[in-house]
Design a protein around this ligand. Structure first.
Ligand SMILES: [Zn+2]
Length: 895
């Protein structure tokens, strides 16, 4: 039998990258124009693979709306192969839910046109998430194609030490942590191995001799794949001629213009017995470790912080509130949320969220973040407006100011709820604004306290009253501007249940309890509660004593600054330079910000002397496109002070210490990290990844040449042994490294001046100059509290929602649990309504690798198991959560 060569025409379409979005966009219009013309003129042209992302269709029709019918015709005829995703994401830097919505919306968009190519398509993704097999299977996809993460080794090569990451063939089985298995296809010679096929005999022979040998080196079957295209590649118009020539030149082969559907059917039918299996996340390609591109996790940290904020706004605030408000309104803003999600996901392609594009690309991203965030806020405010009209406050005295606090996080939350309570309002209709302002300002000062529905005093902090402008936008009449007098109320709450609310009231009169207890001593150098004693040393580092476990940790929260002569993709410390450490930089100052029995907050102020940039050689090496590994540039001799201000917060009954660090960065070409030496000498650590707490080795393999080993995280990273553990939480700080002696290094900021990759693209804004703000935390935990510390890190990313209420009778109880959740290891990622039937949908995953008990109930409903597309699953719902299971539950009203 002849060997078959499947030639698939495609173009890998980075929507934005080394040029501004519109520069790429206009070239996309040209590509699509060419394609539609070619489909008409060349009947032999089988099909074009539209890069697995449906957004390309929107991008084209935005400019050429009149081509819709022609596009539909090409899809109907099987010429244009589309889907299944909305965009080609970076798996690791977007949330679990964002990864799901990319499929949910991608499938929906595809179905508007036709049927999707049933292939998980990750050609260029910078490493692949471990739960891909389970996620693909849950949407009915049995195969995934990827270009990175596995090293192909061919028949004769020895299997490498890191066996997990290598495969003798370009085809393999890919098994997830839950044991789901799919077919994995590695583009072993990249997704361009059949690009620009010559249609002239001499060149064609040279081309095919090489390309066939390359493909056969790794192919496990007689079906060879040739990807005819590459990044932003124009379509090869004479491909039919080139294929006819190949068939004439190589009679032992059959060359066909093909598509993934046909190729996958053929190859999966013929797989050999000895096909290898790769397991879990695929994050290694080169043994030297440079090209995992993991340092994109710290390029332009501001993008990652924005992304976290908008994801939390949509996933954990807008959707849960809209889900609850449906009970009142009977409607759910599906279209508005889809619009917000699509806008957010336009920032999720691998060159976008990774921060490895030119400045103009990332400036446009900020606008998209702001747009998606505003839609999310609008949806949340509308939901709160609807809920607030029907929450009963009749238990509270008439002359008080009731308000509600909602925990919209999928886990119990400890922290402070903040609400601005309006005491008095004067509408502009009543007088001149400035007169109204003064009247409110001059009214006598009163003191206030907070009570719960039982009349118990809550230890809240009530600010001085202030006057400000605000307005109402009624649904049925013109806007109403006014002046209002407000106080800001801060209430400490302990372990408030997931998806629950409680109502309080602000009443006149001083709180009768006097504050006698204090958590702060030694002029602010010591913070202490029942569990911890934190000492802020003169050098600014923390000595933390765990009183219950009787363990002491020194040199916590030391800041480390190093030079970086790399680029947006890759960190490279200049050779022969040493890190600068904050605890070797002189004395620190402290200031007491808050000291109550419930919460203590200290401001720690330090100064580090840091080189202003790299030396002049760096720019010359960049211009000469000297690869970062061979650069000789060092740090500049000139130093400047970097002021580091860190708020340190500790609450009663809690081991979690919160940090908020602010700097005004005026230095270039450097990286700033916070160090946490845990004294844990263990082989592995755990990190929050996509629907998975992934276990990773602390040490790299012997063949690894990169002196650093950066890794991705979402909400936390953890080191533990059988006696204790330490969880470092964060907000939008996606890069960490486990360094010597059990030290967790958290990257706060990485500043570089160029994009990197295939040329010189200056990126001054990637230096991240100006005010920078970082939020992170440290929690020491006992052995049985590991999962609780993970849930604390999740909860910390979701602020309490608050809303002032009228004094009213209402149909909703003043205190309520919307869902009963009792599941220590179930991390909830979504509470939303199904687009198909408006039913409540809850999604989450097992943090644990063991079978775990879980109870999730909504009164008056029964549970159904759904797949990731939120359609009824064929399986029945089990009471036990399986290891690493991703579970979507639909709530069905009892009849
Ligand atoms: Zn790409």
């Amino acid at each position: 039998m002849k060997k078959k060569v499947y030639i698939i025409s495609h173009s890998h379409w980075d929507r934005e990258w080394y040029m501004a979005y519109e520069q790429h966009h206009m070239r996309l219009v040209e590509l699509m124009d060419d394609l539609l013309e070619l489909f008409e003129n060349d009947p032999e042209f089988n099909s074009f693979h539209l890069d697995g992302q449906t957004i390309i269709l929107d991008d084209y029709l935005q400019v050429r709306p009149e081509k819709r019918a022609l596009v539909q015709q090409a899809i109907d005829a099987g010429k244009l192969r589309i889907g299944p995703f909305y965009i080609l994401q970076d798996d690791f830097l977007i949330s679990s839910e964002s990864n799901v919505r990319n499929m949910l919306i991608g499938f929906e968009e595809t179905q508007k046109w036709g049927v999707p190519v049933m292939l998980g398509y990750f050609p260029d993704t910078f490493g692949n998430m471990g739960q891909t097999p389970q996620m693909m299977k849950q949407v009915g996809i049995e195969a995934a194609a990827f270009g990175r993460g596995v090293k192909p080794i061919g028949f004769d090569n020895q299997v490498l030490e890191a066996e997990n990451y290598s495969s003798q063939y370009s085809e393999m089985k890919w098994k997830g942590p839950d044991n789901s298995e799919i077919f994995g296809l590695l583009f072993a010679n990249w997704y361009s191995n059949g690009n620009e096929i010559p249609a002239e005999e001499q060149e064609a022979k040279a081309f095919w001799d090489q390309k066939l040998a390359d493909a056969e080196q790794y192919a496990s079957t007689e079906h060879l794949l040739m990807m005819n295209g590459v990044d932003h590649q124009p379509v090869q118009k004479d491909i039919s001629k080139a294929i006819a020539l190949a068939n004439r030149l190589y009679p032992d082969y059959e060359f066909i213009h093909s598509n993934f559907t046909d190729y996958l059917a053929a190859v999966t039918n013929d797989l050999p017995e000895d096909l290898g299996t790769v397991e879990g996340e695929l994050t290694s390609q080169e043994t030297d470790g440079w090209y995992t591109l993991a340092n994109t996790a710290s390029a332009r940290v501001y993008l990652k912080q924005w992304n976290t904020k908008v994801q939390r706004q949509l996933e954990n605030i807008a959707e849960p509130l809209a889900t609850m408000a449906y009970e009142v309104s009977g409607s759910y803003p599906h279209d508005q949320l889809d619009y917000a999600w699509k806008t957010l996901m336009q920032n999720h392609p691998h060159d976008s969220i990774c921060g490895c594009s030119v400045d103009s690309v990332h400036r446009e991203m900020i606008t998209r973040f702001e747009k998606a965030d505003e839609v999310g806020k609008f949806v949340a405010e509308e939901a709160m407006r609807q809920l607030s009209q029907v929450i009963d406050t009749s238990e509270f005295p008439e002359d008080t100011y009731p308000f509600v606090v909602i925990n919209t996080a999928g886990t119990a939350k400890t922290g402070e709820a903040v609400i601005e309570v309006e005491l008095e309002r004067k509408k502009f209709a009543e007088g001149l604004p400035e007169t109204l302002f003064k009247e409110l300002e001059d009214a006598p000062v009163k003191s206030y306290h907070v009570e719960n529905a039982q009349g118990e005093i809550i230890p809240a902090i009530v600010s001085e009253a202030t006057v400000r402008f605000d307005y109402d936008l009624p649904k049925d009449r013109f806007r109403i501007p006014y002046m209002e007098k407000v106080v800001t109320v801060t209430i400490p709450l302990e372990e408030m249940a997931a998806f629950s609310w409680e109502t309080f009231t602000l009443a006149e009169g001083k709180a009768p309890i006097a504050i006698t207890d204090s958590m702060v001593s030694d002029q602010g150098r010591v913070i202490e509660n029942e569990l911890l004693k934190i000492k802020i040393e003169e050098n600014g580092s923390l000595t933390v004593l765990d009183k219950k476990m009787d363990r002491q940790f020194e040199d916590m929260l030391v800041f480390e600054d190093t030079g970086d002569v790399g680029n947006e993709y890759i960190y490279k410390q200049p050779s022969d330079t040493a890190p600068i450490l904050s605890n070797q930089q002189g004395d620190s100052q402290v200031e007491i910000l808050v000291d109550t029995p419930e919460i203590a907050q200290i401001q720690l102020i330090q100064t580090m002397m840091i080189p202003v940039s790299a030396d002049e050689l760096l720019e010359r090496e960049q211009q000469m496109v000297v690869e970062f590994r061979y650069r000789k540039a060092k740090r500049a001799k000139e130093l400047k002070p970097l002021l580091i201000e860190t708020k340190i917060t500790l609450r009663k009954n809690s081991r979690k210490i919160d940090f908020e660090t602010t700097i005004d960065n005026q230095m270039k070409d450097h990286r700033l990290r916070a160090l946490f030496p845990t004294k844990l000498h263990v082989e592995h650590h755990e990190a929050d990844s996509i629907f998975e707490v992934v276990t990773r080795p602390n040490k790299v393999s012997a063949s690894w040449e990169n002196p650093t080993n950066p890794q991705h995280q979402h909400a936390f990273v953890n080191l533990h042994d059988e006696n204790y553990g330490v969880t470092i939480g964060n907000y939008g700080l996606n890069e960490y490294e486990i360094v010597d002696a059990g030290q967790i290094a958290l990257t706060l900021l990485r500043c570089v001046g160029e994009l990197g990759d295939w040329g010189y693209f200056p990126t001054p804004e990637a230096q991240c100059l100006g005010q920078q703000h970082f939020q992170y935390s440290m929690e020491i935990h006992e052995p049985n509290e590991k999962f609780a510390s993970y849930q604390h890190a999740y909860a910390a990313q979701v602020p309490f929602t608050t809303q002032q209420l009228a004094n009213q009778q209402g149909e909703l109880s003043s205190k309520n649990n919307y869902l009963e959740v009792d599941a220590k290891t179930f991390a909830i990622t979504a509470l939303k309504r199904s687009k198909f039937n408006d039913k409540v949908v809850l999604r989450g995953f097992n943090l644990s690798g063991n079978e775990e008990e879980m109870v999730v109930q909504k009164p008056g409903t029964t549970n159904r198991l759904l797949n990731l597309l939120e359609k009824d699953s064929k399986q029945t719902i089990e009471p036990t959560l399986m290891p690493y299971e991703i579970r979507t539950i639909g709530f069905e009203e009892e009849k």
